[in-house]
Design a binder for this molecule. Structure first.
Ligand code: AHR
Length: 631
């Protein structure tokens, strides 16, 4: 029924077309991607011992700390009786995950206090029955602060473990920055990422990586905004910050949600590089999160924006500057003398009102003056339609930003109805970055069910068809801890041991792995694009590197349908063959994956046949498939 004119090779699909948006929400960074297992490792949460239990003689001190930006430390002293003990115990992030026979690097900054005798600590992994499932001793022999570390093997698997540290000698010691990482992190880095989660991101083959948020960029107030300069350098001296998602718009409240900044901008750039994605950092534009901050006084006046603008300029230098530059040297000292080759920068997250363009304008001016090639991403506000959206798009055009970040968290029906959303967008203005979107099925508590994934797949045919103007898109949010989430749906769910890819993940992956190099026009006989007529949504691309056409079809009805794609404009004897075809489907729209049944909905091999220049696809009801035709 459809035609694909092979002579009309359309606009390039940008390498950045499909990507990832990361935010520390739902324990996405601390307690999630960042592999640190100890919560409040430096005792610098405002409640100094949050996350810790203490026993015996334990005192919080801050005189002569080893790290001035995280001044608190503990002194553990002899409890004064042979039957008494002194020690501390950390609860982790809703527990600590230990895997049998896996090894963990325990480290602590410590010194002996008021004693010439060597001191000793015993480090234990504990399960909920209070059994020891891993243990090692460490000698603290210096009166000066030193880093001590030891590798401990877990003897059993435990999802809700704890870390216990005993003072195992009769004197006193001081401890700070108590840390525990699996040795097997992504790429084996010491200050590393949880391997399964980082690998899942890499496996999407993202072209763009937007970080670090979201509302956390803006902060609940300006003091708690994301300040990239605090997130670089030695991890021990990155100050703790209160997470915006400590408080939430939903009824979930996590008083223990802070950012250690252990996963900071250097690590985000590294991850972008590892994944082969272009980094897209987003910085505060001087507006605190506008939800619940209607008062202009919550924000920086435009006249006082200079330090914020300087932060943006310095970030570009940190990413791209030569090692001889101030910030390029900081990057080099951290281990990356080569530039990160930053091409995009976002200024402001999901801002709105007149104050946004007012704040953005001086950033655009100064960034353009110093870095004319840098692509600037502006925002169209919190929703993909409505007053703010209508006001901000013309403003973004006036300010000549390169891309406009659109956000839409909407019902599945909205996604179906908006498959043609970009067909008539102005081609002369900025390009589109669909920076946060997800289909929210309220009827099932916004689960990541198959309906949500199918509606996103159908909608994304419209992103692909309009890849001349849509240059980037990223699902949101990315991660959620099953015991500590405040927002759903989310693309990947995890506990302390396992993770689960949602059907939404697979839709993103199918697009990213089959993005092709150029758009192609796929039409009904009446020359209309395939945007939901007869419950079919479809788009096509050409991949010049593989010399193949890739057709994507979502059949959102319940019935199977035979779809014929006639490839016109080819040489008479052109010999087409069918390449890899893959489909994700389910006859239950409410079906989900869970940690226990992670493969309930996964992509499967599909078949299609070619008859001369006609591709025959037998699409099943409620399916999304990717079909390749090779030349
Ligand atoms: O993705 C969750 C939140 O949604 C983001 O932090 C914010 O940008 C949007 O409101």
């Amino acid at each position: 029924e459809f035609t694909l004119d092979t002579k009309k090779v359309g606009a390039p699909v940008q390498s950045t077309m499909y990507g990832l948006f990361f935010e520390d929400i739902n324990f996405g960074a601390d307690g999630g991607l960042y592999a640190e297992l100890v919560k409040n490792r430096s005792f610098d949460f405002p409640q100094e011992l949050m996350g810790w239990y203490t026993f015996g003689k334990v005192e919080v001190r801050k005189d002569n700390p080893p790290f001035d930006k995280n001044p608190n430390y503990l002194v553990l002293s002899n409890p004064g009786h042979a039957h008494k003990h002194t020690g501390i115990e950390n609860e982790g992030f809703r527990g600590m995950g230990f895997k049998k026979d896996a090894t963990y690097r325990f480290s602590v900054w410590a010194k002996k206090v008021n004693t010439t005798e060597d001191q000793k600590i015993r480090v234990e992994f504990i399960n909920p029955k209070d059994e020891v499932i891993g243990s090692q001793e460490l000698i603290i022999n210096s009166p000066d602060w030193q880093k001590h570390q030891v590798v401990i093997t877990a003897k059993a698997t435990e999802e809700k473990g704890r870390l216990r540290i005993f003072l195992a000698s009769r004197g006193a010691i001081a401890v700070d920055h108590v840390s525990l990482f699996p040795t097997d992190t992504y790429k084996g880095r010491e200050n590393g990422l949880r391997k399964d989660l980082a690998q899942a991101l890499t496996d999407i083959t993202p072209g763009i990586f937007r970080f670090p948020g979201g509302c956390i960029v803006e902060g609940t107030d300006l003091d708690t905004r994301y300040d990239w300069k605090k997130t670089i350098g030695p991890v021990e001296n990155r100050p703790v910050n209160e997470n915006r998602w400590h408080y939430t718009f939903t009824n979930r409240f996590f008083p223990d949600y802070y950012q250690s900044y252990g996963l900071g901008f250097y690590e985000y750039f590294l991850l972008s590089e590892d994944m082969g994605a272009e980094p897209l950092p987003v910085l505060s534009c001087g507006l605190a999160c506008q939800f619940q901050n209607e008062d202009r006084h919550a924000h920086v006046p435009v006249s006082d924006l200079a330090p914020y603008i300087q932060d943006a300029l310095d970030l570009i230098e940190f990413a791209n500057g030569p090692v001889t530059s101030t910030w390029g040297k900081v990057r080099a000292d951290m281990g990356h003398p080569e530039p990160f080759n930053l091409k995009f920068i976002g200024i402001g997250n999901e801002q709105w009102g007149e104050e946004y363009p007012e704040h953005l304008a001086p950033f655009v001016k100064e960034i353009r003056a110093k870095y004319p090639d840098m692509k600037i991403v502006g925002s169209s506000g919190p929703s993909a339609d409505g007053k703010q959206f209508d006001y901000l798009w013309p403003e973004m055009k006036r300010l000549k930003v390169d891309l406009v970040d659109e956000h839409y968290y909407k019902e599945p029906d909205w996604f179906f109805k908006n498959a043609a959303r970009y067909d008539n967008y102005d081609r002369k203005g900025p390009a589109v970055f669909a920076g946060e979107y997800a289909s929210h099925d309220h009827s099932t508590g916004k689960q990541n069910n198959f309906l949500s994934a199918l509606s996103e797949a159908a909608f994304m045919t419209g992103l692909e068809r309009n890849a001349d103007i849509v240059h980037m898109c990223t699902y949101a949010p990315l991660f959620a801890h099953v015991d500590a989430w405040q927002w759903c749906p989310d693309m990947i769910w995890f506990d302390n041991l396992r993770m689960m890819k949602t059907p939404n993940y697979y839709v993103q992956q199918l697009y990213a792995q089959n993005k092709g190099t150029n758009t192609m026009t796929l039409l009904w006989p009446d020359k209309k694009a395939v945007t939901g007529q007869d419950n079919l949504y479809a788009s096509a691309v050409y991949d010049k590197d593989q010399n193949c056409y890739i057709v994507k079809v979502a059949n959102t009805g319940t019935e199977a349908k035979n779809v014929k794609v006639t490839l016109t404009g080819t040489k008479k004897n052109a010999a087409f063959t069918v390449g890899d075809c893959i489909v994700i489907k389910n006859n239950n729209l409410k079906a989900i994956n869970t940690l226990d049944t992670p493969t309930n909905i996964i992509p499967e091999k599909a078949t299609a046949s070619i008859d001369g220049n006609i591709l025959n696809i037998q699409t099943q009801g409620q399916s999304f498939g990717v079909y390749k035709v090779k030349l």
